[in-house]
Design a protein around this ligand. Sequence first.
Ligand SMILES: [Zn+2]
Length: 466
Amino acid sequence: MNRYRFSLSIRKGSRAVGLFFILALTAGVASGQTQVDPETALRMLNAQQQQFEKGVVKVADNVFTAVGFHGANTSMIIGTDGVIIIDTLFGPSSATNAAEAFRQYSDKPVKAIVYTHSHGDHIGGASAFIGDEQPDIYATESFGSAEGVNQAVDPVKQKRNVRQFGRKLSPAESTNRGVAPAGTDDGDRGKGFLPPTVTVPNNGLKTTIAGVELEFHIAPGETDDAMFIWLPKEKVLFAGDNFYSSFPNLYAIRGTAYRDVLDWSESVGKMAALKPHVVVPGHTMPIRGQEAATTALTDYSEAIRSVYDQTVRGINAGKGPDQLAHEVELPEHLRDKPYLIQFYGAVPHAVRAIYSGLLGWYDGNPTTLNPLEPKLKAEKMAELAGGTQKLTEQMEAALAKNEYQWALELSDHVKWLDTADRNLARKVKIAALRGLASREYNAPNRNYYLSYANELESGQLSEVWF
Ligand SMILES: [Zn+2]
């Protein structure tokens, strides 16, 4: 029995709500760092919900952030004769709601719009913020290079995206997306996007807009085209998606190209060095107070760096990704930080991403150079178990013992066997996926398990896939 304890404190407005959880990892075959008992998983995800509760937060005298109007945040800085908008949400409908909410604090015209990076949830609603005047729109030189995944694989990427975010889950199955609420209205994706008109050069930019001093710092991380925005007078920092309250999504299971983890850590380190009084994340609540904001950024940078360093050490010791994904952990002193709990990113996924990012798919073990093809391997496994029937019984026994991951792995053998009850294997897989999901507090994992189970149940997936 592996037990550990951590605290989760959620900063909401000026209140800090402390929640303490005793986590008892279920005995048996553990299958990830983010599996706890079902009640705890739900309680944690529900508590995280407060990080994106809808409302406008005043982060400084002239700075306001709208949280929870869609998946990401949008912010308004009030200047002398106009305002500056940082990020614009996903589409015009959510952005219109945020713009209206901002208007009670200022009805000055928008002088400038800034995109922290080019992900769709930050750029799609720009048109909703502008009136008669055309504002300048700032972005980095590499703006638009964010995705990094070849469009050739769009068909499968879209399916994986739907699963990761739980877009088709029923209300009863939905929790949230780790750093964003579930059930966002996504019908108008990108319809309010306005292209950048001012390019921030690679060495950054210092400027004054509507009497507000601003600094743009190039900061690759979640995307290569990211920057953070610094208000030197107010000491407010807009981090974009290189910081939010969750262990960062160093790899997205919807499928992404390698996100340079070292760059990400360094970019967050640069933010910490400015010792901000407030950090406004791309998602989740702002963190206020110089010590809290600076510590959060310092810890975040260190956490990313530590996962990278541990992985590289393991690689050089000859270890493969499967082993390292189970070995690498956040350092003890960072594990209970509320902004590093693995609600969105997951350490094991990050480890695998770093491995393949640095070395490609091959783990260096000649056994894996040419493994048996799945059907032949399944037949050999059945032979080893004493026949197809025995292997099927083992699969069912694993499910009965709540060894969900093992049940999944066995069902993936059974599905290949001509003489097996494939429908039974499918049912076991569905039940095991739901079992894993119930214990997950990592939202993408949980959403993916549940979505996939539903697809299997409704017969949307071919036999090869299940
Ligand atoms: Zn985002």
